[in-house]
Ligand binder design. Structure first.
Ligand SMILES: CCCCCCCCCC(=O)SCCNC(=O)CCNC(=O)[C@H](O)C(C)(C)COP(=O)(O)OP(=O)(O)OC[C@H]1O[C@@H](n2cnc3c(N)ncnc32)[C@H](O)[C@@H]1OP(=O)(O)O
Length: 182
């Protein structure tokens, strides 16, 4: 499906999941091998995510030398990966697992290698399985964003969605065992 980012007017009511991370708590990794937030992803972004008030997530990321695109600045694709993962934490505050179906990034300022990027993402609304999110990235002053992201996530049945792909994971055995538990 090809789509553009438009938040519908007729949104569903949402509640924070009672087991969601508390305000200020580090959000647990959904997969230690995740290229965005996984601690076991050697080349990954190593994003650190924290639950905020209501349906907000904050995150930090050190802009390492391996993320260079143009000379001395971050690669645009790396930044879009970061937005995908940071905004992808929003559904976990509501409850269901969800995957990205649409992602947009507006690049507003160059982001230097060696800087620390900070992200703030928030829920814009939910309609049935679709969860709409917005995020900004900044270098210390949230009123001076260096980039803005928008994304749509669609809720999934995790076991069904990943069933045919578990064997590709370096943690295949662990995931197969986990997914086969009732
Ligand atoms: C698991 C925990 C993850 C934690 C965070 C991770 C952060 C990183 C997230 C990622 O990077 S995920 C990796 C990239 N994404 C994918 O691989 C997803 C690939 N897409 C799919 O597998 C299917 O499109 C999907 C299972 C998500 C949906 O297919 P379905 O057949 O189940 O649903 P359907 O196509 O009927 O769409 C459900 C709703 O979403 C809407 N939709 C689907 N694609 C859309 C799109 N591109 N734009 C807007 N809306 C879209 C669709 O119109 C419909 O809306 P309604 O409820 O109003 O009818």
């Amino acid at each position: 499906m090809k789509s553009s980012f438009v938040v519908p007017a007729d949104l569903d009511a949402v509640q924070r999941h009672p087991k969601a991370a508390k305000v200020g708590e580090r959000m647990r990794m959904h997969n230690p091998l995740c290229y965005g937030c996984g601690e076991e992803s050697a080349e990954g972004l190593h994003l650190q995510m924290f639950a905020g008030e209501d349906f907000e997530v904050t995150a930090t990321m050190d802009v390492a030398a391996r993320f260079e695109g143009g000379p001395g600045v971050i690669h645009g694709g790396v930044l879009s990966t970061a937005f995908d993962d940071v905004m992808g934490m929003i559904p976990l505050l509501i409850g269901p697992s969800a995957v990205t179906v649409h992602l947009e990034v507006d690049y507003q300022r160059p982001i230097p290698i060696g800087s620390q990027l900070q992200f703030t993402a928030k829920l814009l609304g939910r309609q049935r399985r679709k969860i709409y999110a917005e995020g900004i990235a900044h270098l210390g002053d949230p009123d001076e964003p260096v980039a803005t992201g928008h994304a749509i996530f669609v809720t999934i049945d995790v076991r069904e969605h990943f069933a045919d792909h578990l064997a590709n994971s370096r943690l295949a055995d662990e995931y197969k065992a986990r997914m086969s538990r009732p």
